[in-house]
Design a protein around this ligand. Structure first.
Ligand SMILES: NC(=O)C1=CN([C@@H]2O[C@H](COP(=O)(O)OP(=O)(O)OC[C@H]3O[C@@H](n4cnc5c(N)ncnc54)[C@H](OP(=O)(O)O)[C@@H]3O)[C@@H](O)[C@H]2O)C=CC1
Ligand SMILES: N[C@@H](CC(=O)OP(=O)(O)O)C(=O)O
Length: 344
């Protein structure tokens, strides 16, 4: 029987992607949709300005949106996907977990909290056991799992593939699509014929979340990895797909061929939304490119290419679809991991 799920922030850009992925999902059944007070009580088709590139699912369109309040969500909903603005998430997500709901959240609040697992299933599924610590400390029947920032998700799997070489220092520079800023995030007058070398708090997120993801969980505490990470983030005028330039200094000798082989061999999982091949390695020097490569693996694969030796160690480029692998798809994958591990 399918698990009954709810979407918090269901009318937003990420909420709509979540509905697009969850509606046909064989393991999940959409049973609750929440948004702000101005949407509560409306039919979903009236509350949401549907902008996703497939028709609005008819059964979802007929559902009534409720306020984002634990008392408004039916008790037989077992899993919540949250795509709320982080300031709202910080207020309401703990109340849902306290009320017994298990939550897979995309919002950035609490990602760095010591007892909150920040998960990319193919990289650190073992960190999920941190939920036992979380439940002990907070007295929750529910649980909270986070997925990282979309730019973090793009480069961390490639670093995980190189960990055996002893990562010391990483520099990453991003070229981020406009969809990452949301529908109203940057105006056409700002971004056409332009690039913006600033995305608020993004650099700090890449630098800290990456070390948490690559850290070790010993059954009681999570220690962050010692690799030093420096990031520089830029908005460009692509629609979807974050492209990143990465430089890696390692303890061991790390040639371009070693790196390409390690990434190609890095395993995926057999969760329903995991791609068959997690990291696609391109030999062509001008790939990956956002328009050509963002939909690989149904938008859930990472791609990499342009491997070369540089003054600052190994250099390469990587890419992922920011609203699929980087947001809604990442939350769904974490929901599948929670299901597989008996949390639902
Ligand atoms: N856009 C993207 O590609 C990415 C976004 N994210 C993150 O995901 C989250 C959502 O982003 P996005 O979908 O773009 O945001 P949107 O602004 O498009 O959607 C926000 C959602 O939250 C609801 N909401 C707003 N205020 C409240 C409130 N006071 N109480 C309850 N619900 C409220 C909105 O409801 P209503 O329609 O009623 O206002 C809407 O459903 C953010 O934390 C963002 O940083 C992460 C990665 C990528
Ligand atoms: N800041 C990201 C999207 C985002 O909302 O990130 P976060 O999930 O960390 O809030 C971008 O602009 O591409």
């Amino acid at each position: 029987m399918a698990v009954r799920v709810g979407v918090l922030g269901a009318t937003g850009a990420v909420g709509q992607r979540l509905i697009q992925l969850l509606d046909p999902h064989p393991e999940f059944e959409i049973a609750a949709l929440t948004a702000s007070a101005s949407s509560a009580g409306k039919q979903y088709r009236q509350a949401a300005k549907w902008r996703v590139d497939s028709p609005i699912p008819e059964d979802v369109a007929e559902m009534t949106v409720t306020a984002t309040d634990p008392d408004e969500v039916p008790d037989d909903v077992d899993l919540l996907f949250s795509s709320l603005p982080s300031s709202i998430g910080a207020e309401v997500e703990p109340a849902f977990c306290e009320a017994g709901y298990v939550m897979s959240s995309n919002s950035s609040n609490a990602r760095m909290a010591e007892d909150v697992p920040l998960i990319i299933p193919e990289v650190n599924a073992d960190h999920l056991e941190l939920l036992e610590v979380q439940r002990d400390e907070r007295g929750w029947d529910g649980a909270m799992v986070k997925n990282p920032n979309c730019s973090t998700i793009t480069f961390v799997p490639t670093l995980a593939a190189l960990e055996e070489f002893g990562l010391e220092r990483v520099h990453v520079s991003t070229l981020q699509a406009v969809s990452g800023a949301g529908y109203d995030g940057v105006t056409s007058m700002e971004i056409i014929d332009n690039a913006i070398p600033y995305i608020g708090s993004e650099e700090e997120k890449l630098e800290t979340e990456s070390r948490k993801l690559l850290g070790e969980f010993d059954g009681a505490e999570l220690s962050h990895d010692s690799v030093e990470v420096a990031a520089s983030c830029n908005r460009i005028s692509t629609l979807d797909g974050h492209l990143e330039n990465v430089w890696v200094e390692a303890q061991e000798e790390l040639t371009p061929e070693d790196a390409a082989d390690a990434m190609e061999a890095y395993p995926s999982l057999d969760l329903r939304s995991s791609p068959d091949q997690l990291i696609h390695v391109f030999e062509e020097p001008d790939r990956p490119q956002p328009r050509l490569d963002r939909t690989l693996g149904g938008g859930m694969a990472i791609s990499a290419g342009g491997f070369r030796e540089s003054t600052f160690g190994l250099q390469y480029n990587c890419l992922a679809h920011n609203t699929m692998r980087g947001a809604a798809g990442a939350s769904v994958l974490n929901g599948e991991l929670l299901l597989e591990n008996g949390y639902l």
